[in-house]
Design a protein around this ligand. Structure first.
Ligand code: GAP
Length: 484
């Protein structure tokens, strides 16, 4: 009989299983069979997601003197979306199978088909195909991916607007129409003048924002990759017309550097240049990451021209121009370079990149695998776990005392159940970079190791004896000097 081999690579299924098992992400409304495109972030997931968001915020605002923050409302006046172009243009091409009624995104259906059949391609990039070209290609080549029907009976391709809409108040008419925002940045544009005036901002400057966005996507796919409700981390950088190209290049470099800083290797990232541009864009690149499902977008960098501010000026009849005191009081509508990252896709990327099933057996010993997340310590949901060697003899009390000190500066966990080896494995699986173990020497005034603990490093598994009064500083230093 052939020997059964175990696949130790990272797959999306393994990430989904880990997320559920260890409280990172659950299917929303699971007890009712689940809500499509919606996910709940559990106790560890919420810490991890917040850490990614905090590091992004720190990087974009604290490390860039010329970027300030904003938290605008999800509900904006409905004219906002008319002006931005979303009410009329924010749509995807869809096509339905007439056999099983499954709805597909026509462009993605072609992309998936071509990826599996590279010799059968439409001869041009999918994002430049007309509806008719997509329809002909699908009807000639593609069996329904859901029911597998070879009849290739489909509806025509038509556009589907992705915005969720409802009515505010009891009257369901046009004037009460309200949308759930499909991107966070429009609040930055509508607040542009207020930000300039209240904070005496001088061009060039940026405004950063993190928040929920909503899209009624035709298909929700690949766990938290494409969902109805998600979070964006966006920054709009306002600059003088004519300087947008150099600004665009600068932000492209800067955003790429962010991912390297937090441990994504360069060979796992790739640029994707847009052939077909969104209605507002002059140029656009995506940063894509090599997920287990292939290279997919995590962030878009867009040169948005003066489109948004000009549109809001036209629709609101309010002057959106900036008066440049440093250039002879010249009046102009600033140009905009946008960096727009998905928080949930960053979450998935950092998990996939960190995941390893590592054989930790000594040479000559049978294989012994641990699952470990090599997360950057600033992103890990728990920074330090405190473990008493035994529950008895005052070790648990001492460990609690140490945890209470560490709590002031770090997210901590306390675990006293099972062998220390098993407890290390549990912490490895959720990416805890430091385990502090309290043993008999810690308490023994006659021992050379009195008032010290061992600190175990998640990645190297090496243990070091550290004095209790130096423990906080030691951990801070390890985080500061972390290098994957
Ligand atoms: N303001 C520009 C804008 O929204 P986008 O390329 O449509 O640009 C930016 O979106 C980022 O938002 C994407 O790179 C992706 O990370 C995230 N994103 C977009 N749609 C998403 C969805 N349905 N589910 C999860 N993340 C999404």
């Amino acid at each position: 009989m052939a020997e059964k081999t175990v696949d130790h690579s990272c797959t999306l299924d393994k990430i989904i299983s880990l997320c559920k098992r260890r409280g990172f992400v659950y299917q929303a409304s699971e007890i009712y069979g689940g809500q499509a495109g919606a996910w709940d972030y559990g106790p560890l997931g919420v810490e991890f997601k917040r850490n990614i968001q905090n590091e992004w915020w720190h990087y974009m605002t604290q490390l860039h003197d010329d970027v300030v923050g904003l938290d605008s409302a999800i509900f904006q006046h409905h004219t906002t979306w008319k002006a931005s172009g979303h009410a009329d243009h924010f749509s995807d091409p869809m096509i339905d199978c007439l056999e099983c009624q499954a709805r597909h995104r026509a462009d993605k259906m072609i992309e998936d088909f071509v990826a599996a059949n590279p010799d059968k391609n439409p001869g041009k990039p999918v994002d430049t195909m007309t509806h008719e070209e997509m329809e002909n290609f699908i009807k000639t080549n593609i069996n329904c991916p859901v029911c597998g029907s070879k009849e290739k009976k489909y509806t025509s391709v038509r556009e589907f607007n992705l915005m969720f809409k409802t009515y505010q108040g009891p009257i369901a008419d046009e004037s009460h129409l309200i949308y759930l925002r499909p991107e966070t940045c429009q609040g930055i544009f509508t607040d542009f003048k207020s930000i300039v005036q209240s904070n005496r901002m001088k061009i060039p400057f940026g405004v950063a924002q993190v928040g929920k966005s909503f899209r009624n996507e035709i298909i929700f796919k690949n766990f938290i990759f494409r969902t109805a409700e998600f979070e964006q981390m966006e920054m709009e950088y306002f600059c003088k017309p004519g300087t947008e190209d150099e600004t665009f290049e600068r932000w492209r470099k800067d955003r790429w550097a962010f991912y390297l800083k937090y441990g994504i290797p360069e060979n796992q990232l790739k640029w994707h240049h847009h052939d077909k541009l969104a209605h507002y864009a002059k140029d656009a690149y995506d940063i894509t990451y090599n997920f287990p499902i292939g290279f997919e977008e995590i962030e878009g960098i867009h040169s948005r021209t003066d489109f948004d501010l000009s549109q809001h000026q036209e629709y609101s009849k309010k002057d959106m121009a900036y008066i440049d005191q440093e250039d002879g009081n010249k009046k102009y509508i600033p140009y905009v370079v946008e960096t727009s990252a998905g928080l949930n896709r960053n979450f998935l990327m950092f998990l996939c990149e960190a995941y390893e099933e590592q054989n930790v057996a000594e040479a000559g010993q049978p294989e012994d695998y641990r699952t470990v997340l090599h997360l950057h310590p600033k992103l890990a949901p728990i920074t330090v776990a405190v473990l008493p060697l035994m529950k008895k003899d005052g070790l648990a009390e001492k460990a609690k005392e140490i945890q209470n000190i560490l709590k002031e500066d770090f997210v901590t966990d306390y675990d006293q159940s099972g062998t220390v080896g098993k407890r290390y494995r549990r912490q490895d699986e959720v990416g805890t970079p430091f385990c502090v173990t309290v043993d008999y020497d810690t308490l023994d005034s006659a021992s050379a190791n009195f008032n010290t603990v061992t600190v175990r490093n998640r990645d190297t598994m090496a243990q070091e004896r550290v004095k209790l009064d130096e423990l906080t500083g030691y951990i801070f230093n390890q985080i500061k000097n972390y290098n994957k």
